[in-house]
Design a protein around this ligand. Sequence first.
Ligand SMILES: [Zn+2]
Length: 73
Amino acid sequence: MSDTEYCYHCGTRHPRTEMRQIETKAGKRWRCIKSIEATKRSTAERDTFGKRVSAENKAGAQSKARLMLNSNR
Ligand SMILES: [Zn+2]
């Protein structure tokens, strides 16, 4: 009868086929694949963004250092 489970992430029930049972500190809980994937994706995007920003900062610092060297000549 009940083929849905309570999704602790969304606070609603989803069909069990769209969910994963995962271990948490509080025990086994159900979470929908959609929310798991969304979290995974946003984490990956954050990582990519962070890497790009730090690369740009590095490049900026290097060109600034170059400018200072040039002005000393
Ligand atoms: Zn959910």
